[in-house]
Design a protein around this ligand. Structure first.
Ligand SMILES: CC(C)(COP(=O)(O)OP(=O)(O)OC[C@H]1O[C@@H](n2cnc3c(N)ncnc32)[C@H](O)[C@@H]1OP(=O)(O)O)[C@@H](O)C(=O)NCCC(=O)NCCS
Length: 253
C-alpha cells in the first residue's frame, strides 16, 4: 500500500501544528522530560507554538525544513536540516534545496514573531550536573563539526499517533538524497530512539557519550550517539583511487 502521507515545504502557518507534533513526540522521551518537570504537555506545546515561527525563519539562508502531512493535510512529522555555510547556494547563486526553505515574511511580521518567541517559556531550571554533561556532549559535537563541513540533521520528530509507519525514515532519506546530490556528509547528534533508523539508512557512529542521570531525575542513561553519513563520499574516494591505479596500470603496459 502506498504511504498515506507525503513530504512538503513548511511555512510559518504550520507553527501550531509543528508545536503539537514536535512536543507530543519529545514528551515521550525521558531525556526531554528532564527539562520540563512540573509542566504539562499542553503547556509545552503552547510555548513551542509561540517559538515555532522564528524557529522556521531564523538563519533562513541555511536552514531547511520539511513536514510530513497525511491525506487530510495534518502534520504527522517534521525534520530540520542545517546546510554548511559553503553550500547554501548553487553555482547560479540560487538557494540550495529551495523546496525545503521556508518562504520569507515581511519585516513587520518578522518583528511580531520575534516578540512572540521572546514571550515564550524556554525551559525549567536544569538539574545539578546536567549543564556540565550537556557541555561535554556539545564539545564532542563541536570537535566533529570542526573536521569538515557537514549538513546537520538538526531535529526529527514524528507524532506518537503516527509512529512506526516509516515517516521518520522518509524524512531522513529526503535529506540524504540532497546531501548525496551536493556531495556533502551529514552529521547527527542521535538519541537512542532514532539511532536504529540512522544506522539502517547508512549512518555510522563516530563517538558516543552516555552517563547515569538518575541522580538528575532523568533516564538511567543520558547522552547521545554521534553519527555521520558519508558513504557516498567514501565510495567516491575509492573510485578515484581505483581510477588512479587503472591509469598507472595502463601506463606500465
Ligand atoms: C524516533 C522517531 C523520530 C521515529 O519516528 P517513526 O516515524 O516512528 O520512525 P520510522 O517508522 O521511520 O522507524 C521506526 C523505527 O524507530 C524505532 N523507534 C521508534 N521509537 C523508538 C524509541 N523510543 N526507542 C527506540 N527505537 C524507537 C522503531 O523501533 C523502528 O526501528 P527499526 O527501524 O530499527 O525497526 C519518533 O518516535 C520520535 O519523534 N521520537 C521522539 C523524538 C526523537 O527521539 N527524535 C529523534 C532525535 S535524534
Amino acid at each position: 500500500m502506498p504511504p498515506q502521507w507525503k513530504l512538503a515545504q513548511c511555512t510559518v502557518d504550520d507553527a501550531p501544528a509543528l508545536g503539537r507534533n514536535n512536543m507530543a513526540a519529545f514528551w515521550e522521551e525521558p531525556m526531554y522530560s528532564m527539562r520540563s518537570k512540573g509542566k504539562t504537555c499542553e503547556f509545552v506545546i503552547e510555548q513551542a507554538t509561540k517559538r515555532s515561527p522564528m524557529r522556521l525563519l531564523v538563519d533562513r539562508h541555511k536552514m531547511r525544513h520539511q513536514k510530513a502531512v497525511d491525506g487530510d493535510g495534518a502534520v504527522v512529522g517534521y525534520c530540520r536540516w542545517g546546510l554548511p555555510d559553503t553550500k547554501t547556494t548553487t553555482s547560479e547563486n540560487k538557494p540550495e534545496w529551495p523546496e525545503a526553505q521556508v518562504p520569507a515574511v515581511s519585516a513587520e511580521q518578522y518583528k511580531q514573531f520575534e516578540e512572540l518567541r521572546d514571550s515564550a517559556w524556554w525551559g525549567g531550571g536544569e538539574p545539578d550536573g546536567k549543564e556540565e554533561l550537556d557541555d561535554r556532549l556539545a564539545n564532542i559535537k563541536q570537535r566533529i563539526l570542526a573536521e569538515r563541513p557537514y549538513m546537520i540533521l538538526d531535529y526529527l520528530a514524528v507524532h506518537p499517533d503516527n509512529k512506526g509507519k516509516g515517516i521518520a525514515t522518509a524524512l531522513v532519506e529526503s535529506g540524504i538524497r540532497e546531501a548525496e546530490r551536493m556531495g556533502i556528509p551529514i552529521f547527527v547528534f542521535a538519541w537512542k530512539s532514532a539511532r536504529g533508523i540512522y544506522a539502517r539508512l547508512g549512518f555510522r557512529e563516530v563517538d558516543r557519550l552516555f552517563e547515569d542521570a538518575t541522580a538528575m531525575g532523568g533516564p538511567i542513561q543520558y547522552g547521545a550517539y554521534f553519527m555521520v553519513y558519508d558513504r557516498h563520499i567514501r565510495a567516491f574516494k575509492w573510485w578515484k583511487r581505483l581510477g588512479f591505479l587503472v591509469c598507472l596500470g595502463s601506463l606500465g603496459s
